[in-house]
Design a protein around this ligand. Structure first.
Ligand SMILES: [Zn+2]
Length: 90
């Protein structure tokens, strides 16, 4: 083996799936961009969960989320972020 140190650990970015060598032991993402994006998504999920409109059929939304391969929270966050993008654009 050419490596002296065990610093060749490869992790997968939790956001985009890119493989990277972590510089810090708790590093979860391949780059700053992903970390920021993930944090934004996390905030959006929290906001969506807080808003959690009870009048919307949970079952339907859940099904849509499943179809999209996302959790309910992720799906709500995506919807919320899309709405916000629309507002920003106009
Ligand atoms: Zn990444």
């Amino acid at each position: 083996m050419a490596y002296k140190y065990k610093s060749d650990e490869i992790r997968k970015c939790e956001l985009c799936g890119t493989e990277f060598v972590p510089r810090m032991h708790h590093q979860k993402y391949c780059c700053n961009k992903c970390q920021i994006k993930a944090k934004t998504q996390e905030e959006a999920i929290k906001t969506a969960q807080r808003k959690s409109p009870k009048n919307i059929s949970l079952g339907i939304t859940n099904q849509l989320a499943k179809n999209a391969g996302m959790s309910y929270g992720q799906y709500q966050a995506m919807k919320w972020m899309k709405e916000r993008e629309k507002h920003d654009a106009s």
